[in-house]
Design a protein around this ligand. Structure first.
Ligand SMILES: Cc1cc2nc3c(=O)[nH]c(=O)nc-3n(C[C@H](O)[C@H](O)[C@H](O)COP(=O)(O)O)c2cc1C
Length: 191
């Protein structure tokens, strides 16, 4: 069974992208995968700074995230669109985890948390384009880190109207279809 790690690039309590990532994790379970949802608000990180890294090493929360990444086969990432790109939280998190901590895990230890993984990209925005303009940037970042990013992706426009009072998607069909593709692709890779 493939193990999928789902998270959003927003720490906001009522984040639309967190709701979307949770819905996608649920859809992944329905598709037969094991899915773990994590909230980046539980893993606060300093802004990446080479001097800080040199003096203190990788922050404890980045180490915890790194272990979570290593323990999963695939990623479900719901990215807010900030000024037509990814959120600074998401970029900062991905940057910290790309650093080599010298544990020798993987051919290139810096990319060990990413290498060989498959990812499905999602976005949610109150706007009419659903945050889709940030996803090519996220695709490029993850591909550079060795992730196979699925061609299929899903953006949720007018996302503030798309969830019911329990935080469930009113219409989950599109996210379920996209997530099924990730579950299938990661199952093949995990086999
Ligand atoms: C600095 C900043 C830039 C933003 N730029 C965009 C944008 O380019 N396109 C867009 O659709 N929404 C943009 N938004 C609105 C966000 O999509 C909206 O706040 C969204 O709810 C954030 O995601 P979250 O709900 O998961 O926290 C921006 C918000 C902020 C704070």
């Amino acid at each position: 069974m493939s193990r999928i790690l789902a998270f959003a690039g927003s720490a906001r309590r009522d984040s639309l992208n967190k709701k979307l990532a949770r819905a996608a994790a649920e859809a992944a379970r329905k598709a037969g995968a094991e899915a773990t949802f994590i909230d980046l608000a539980d893993y606060p990180l300093p802004l990446y700074d080479g001097d800080l890294e040199a003096s203190e090493g990788m922050p404890a929360n980045a180490m915890r995230l790194r272990e979570l990444f290593l323990a999963h086969d695939a990623l479900l990432v719901a990215s807010p669109e900030n000024n037509a790109s990814v959120s600074s939280l998401l970029k900062n998190t991905l940057d910290w985890l790309s650093r080599d901590i010298g544990d020798g895990k993987g051919a290139n230890a810096g990319t060990a948390p990413y290498a060989g993984k498959t990812a499905l990209l999602l976005s949610a925005s109150p706007g009419g384009f659903g945050g889709v303009r940030g996803l090519p940037h996220l695709r490029q970042i993850l591909a550079t880190l060795g992730v196979t990013v699925l061609g299929a992706q899903f953006s949720l426009p007018r996302a503030h109207e798309a969830f019911d009072e329990h935080g469930a998607l009113k219409d989950a069909r599109a996210v379920e279809a996209a997530t099924r593709k990730l579950a299938e692709a990661s199952r093949k890779l995990a086999a």
